[in-house]
Design a protein around this ligand. Structure first.
Ligand code: NAD
Ligand code: IPM
Ligand code: MN
Length: 365
């Protein structure tokens, strides 16, 4: 039976990198390796320009009905002054919330060929394999009240609210411990329990979950120290579980260990449906729409292609195909192909299309 993919390329480099994934899907379908049915919608500034909203109701419904959503990136200076509720990023937050994809997996691995492209020394990052498990549908991103109030005396007050309930922490912690069992068997939980009540509850709940996983090493770490340790000695980490905001920041830090933000994919998963066992899922690169390089055809498509590989793995159980696609990425890097963001020395760099084509060629070889 055909499987439904809903593509939301978004803005800026989002459309450029999604085009490379579309070519891979078309090839897989043409070979009979997959039977993906593709539908494409608008998100972010593109949707605002066409419909005056960051994402239309119709596209939200299509996302809900799809077997997986593949998302590019949204945002850009063009939409800096649109009303807050219609800003491009609102599309992303609405889709994450509606799909209830609370578990955001952000793997940061160091491809051997890129060990010298990292901001850190080769000795520190060779063999790096970290998984950040970011809570994605709660915390300060969504807590109420969230407002700016005019105090009437020339002053304003802005409020964002960090809220977590036990069940939200419990379920993300279980995702982290379950995944740790499939890899390095170690979980660090990062919070600010020294300052925040939500941190105190976070730690209490994660420690409780840790008791159910006596075979997995558990360590608590304060989030600020975690940021520092990621740069000092990143290989001490296996799985890091953390809240929505800390996870956002720590994953950009982790990205730079791998050489570029353009390398980091992500998968956002919901709870399994009790009847079918299927999870809602949303796949997107960790990076944004990169307005500084948009339209130039030089964006690195690897984070986007690797996000699609995660879709093959997590939504469709196509583990061998996912491995093949990831191996194709590694092989192309080993061959010396580089987009500008991961270029070392004075090596010739390639554009988005050339990188995408090389990966597809390897996959089809
Ligand atoms: P960004 O991730 O777009 O870019 C940061 C830097 O990394 C830029 O110099 C950019 O050129 C570079 N970069 C990012 N992806 C790259 C790639 N694939 N290849 C080569 N270089 C790449 O972050 P920003 O500039 O802070 O934000 C730009 C816009 O994107 C903002 O509107 C922001 O809200 C939005 N954003 C969206 C998402 C998303 O849609 N998931 C994520 C982050 C930021
Ligand atoms: C990310 C982005 C988003 C976030 C923004 C664009 C809403 O930075 O996916 O990392 O903060 O979650
Ligand atoms: Mn981010």
């Amino acid at each position: 039976m055909a499987q439904k993919l809903f593509l939301l390329p978004g803005d800026g480099i989002g459309t450029e990198i999604m085009a490379e994934v579309e070519k891979i899907i078309a090839w897989l379908n043409s070979q009979g390796e997959t039977e993906f049915e593709i539908d494409t919608g608008l998100a972010g500034g593109a949707a605002y320009d066409a419909h005056g909203v960051a994402v239309t109701e119709e596209d939200v419904q299509k996302a809900l009905a799809a077997d997986a959503v593949i998302f590019g990136a949204v945002g850009g200076p063009k939409w800096d002054s649109v009303p807050y509720e219609h800003r491009p990023e609102a599309a992303l937050l609405r889709l994450r919330k509606e799909l209830a994809v609370f578990a955001n997996l952000r793997p940061a691995i160091c491809y051997p060929a890129l060990a010298d492209a990292s901001a850190l020394k080769r000795e520190l990052i060779e063999g790096l394999d970290i998984l950040i498990v970011r809570e994605l549908t709660g915390g300060v991103y969504f807590g109420e009240p969230k407002e700016i109030t005019d105090l009437g005396n020339g002053q304003k007050r802005a409020i964002d609210t960090q809220v977590y309930e036990t069940y939200e922490i419990d379920r993300i912690a279980r995702v982290a411990f379950d995944l740790a069992r499939t890899r390095g068997n170690k979980v660090h939980s990062a919070d600010k329990k020294n300052v925040m009540k939500s941190g105190v509850l976070w730690d209490e709940v994660v420690r409780g979950v840790a008791k159910d996983y006596p075979d997995v090493t558990f360590e608590h770490i304060l989030a600020d120290n975690c940021a520092m340790q990621l740069v000092r000695n990143p290989r001490q980490f296996d799985v890091i579980v953390t809240d929505n905001l800390f996870g956002d920041i720590l994953s950009d830090t982790a990205a730079m260990l791998t050489g570029s933000l353009g390398m980091l994919p992500s998968a956002s998963l919901g709870a399994p449906d009790p009847a079918t066992g299927k999870r809602k899922a949303f796949y997107e690169p960790v990076h944004g729409s990169a307005p500084d390089i948009a339209g130039k055809g030089i964006a690195n498509p690897i984070a986007m292609i690797a996000s699609f590989a995660m879709a093959l793995r997590y939504s469709f159980g196509m583990v061998t195909l996912a491995d093949r696609l990831e191996n194709a990425i590694a092989a192309v890097l080993a061959d010396g192909l580089r987009t500008g963001d991961i270029a070392q020395d004075n090596r010739r760099t390639v554009g988005t299309e050339e990188m995408g084509a090389a990966i597809l060629k390897r996959l089809s070889a």
